[in-house]
Design a protein around this ligand. Structure first.
Ligand code: ADP
Ligand code: MG
Length: 323
């Protein structure tokens, strides 16, 4: 079990941003409306995520740190129609195998909750705790017991860069959630959680960029699409300004990126990329999210059709602007 956890840990926990990703996804899955993320030293000394979601039942808090103890999946068929972000029940045990974790949680406002301390996969303490509704997980000294892995970590600047990029995208994907991201005491991101996606965009990229966005929308028997795209003169030097959300999940998709860039074809200076936040809706049977352990890549069953639809919608939005 300990070994299985360490092996899984290698897959799930590559670097501090993986910890942030797993904890924040759990907070989203728990229906939270506020998620506070506190990072110290690029996440190597502390990643702490506090949410106001449904919490972990006192009787289940130890179980949450056992492998495959997910509460989110009832049959393997569900893998194909998954709506929640996490579903493999590997994240918490994997993180706990390679760090020192303190988890405090309560399922209601009674103030009755539990605190669990687990280090390197060994439970150190479980006790009653007076805590507000929601979950507060602090992950300290990541890779303290796997020095070889620790050596591979890049600079603090690089690690916080990965973390900020991820949290920014998630904030865009979930404009109804108020996110705060702090690093070494500095606020890197604060969104209001009003549900206004353009407002979330402004929090991430600035109000000037937000003012220069065009609305994109489209309808199709299989898909719905809505969001914002930048005018061709408002570009960036990399693709990090492109955020794709499918059925409420932030995902990565080569196919959709290609469709977008194709629509901008000839409009963009060389090596410049647009800023985009696109939300796609489709029946869950049209996508498979279980392609990669990190669960970011998805595969679509009607790729060509989807690609054409996205390209047409983006081109239409760009065309309107030129007239
Ligand atoms: P998964 O997300 O794949 O189910 P995890 O290891 O990430 O597995 O989490 C294990 C379980 O712990 C979840 O299924 C959920 O029941 C519970 N859990 C974890 N984090 C939270 C949270 N922030 N709020 C409520 N429940 C949580
Ligand atoms: Mg999870």
């Amino acid at each position: 079990e300990q070994l299985a956890n360490q092996i899984a840990a290698g897959e799930v926990v590559e670097r501090p941003s993986s910890v942030v990703k797993e904890l924040v996804e759990n907070a989203v899955d728990a229906g939270s409306t506020t998620i506070d993320i506190v990072i110290e030293e690029g996440g190597l000394t502390l990643v702490r995520v506090t949410d106001n979601g449904s919490g972990i039942d006192a009787d289940d808090i130890e179980k949450a740190f056992f492998r495959h103890a997910t509460s989110k999946l009832s049959s393997s068929k569900d893998l194909f129609r998954i709506a929640s972000l996490g579903f493999r029940g590997e994240a918490l045990p994997s993180i706990a195998a390679v760090a020192k974790v303190e988890c405090v949680s309560a399922v209601d406002t009674s103030g009755l909750g539990k605190r669990l301390v687990i280090e390197g996969g060994t439970i150190r303490n479980v006790e009653d705790a007076n805590t507000p509704q929601g979950t507060d997980i602090a992950v300290r000294d990541l890779f303290f017991n796997t020095p070889a892995r620790l050596k591979y970590m890049k600079s603090i600047q690089t690690e916080i860069g990965h973390i900020a990029d991820y949290v920014n995208r998630l904030a865009l994907a979930h404009p109804g959630i108020a996110f705060t991201l702090k690093h070494n005491g500095n606020v890197l991101l604060r969104t209001l959680g009003t549900g206004d996606r353009l407002q979330a965009f402004a929090a991430v990229y600035g109000t000037t960029a937000a003012k220069a966005m065009l609305i994109v929308s489209g309808d199709h028997p299989d898909y719905t699409l809505s969001g914002y795209i930048s005018k061709p003169e408002q570009t960036r030097a990399n693709r990090n300004g492109i955020t794709i959300v499918v059925n409420g999940r932030y995902i990565k998709s080569y196919i959709i990126n290609q469709a977008i860039l194709q629509a901008y074809h000839t409009l963009l200076p060389i090596n410049r990329f647009p800023m985009i936040v696109l939300e796609l809706g489709m029946h869950p049977s049209l996508l498979d999210v279980n392609v990669h352990p990190s669960k970011m890549e998805v595969r679509f069953s009607k790729e060509a059709e989807l690609r054409q639809f996205v390209e047409e919608c983006v081109a239409k939005a760009l065309g309107k602007q030129r007239h």
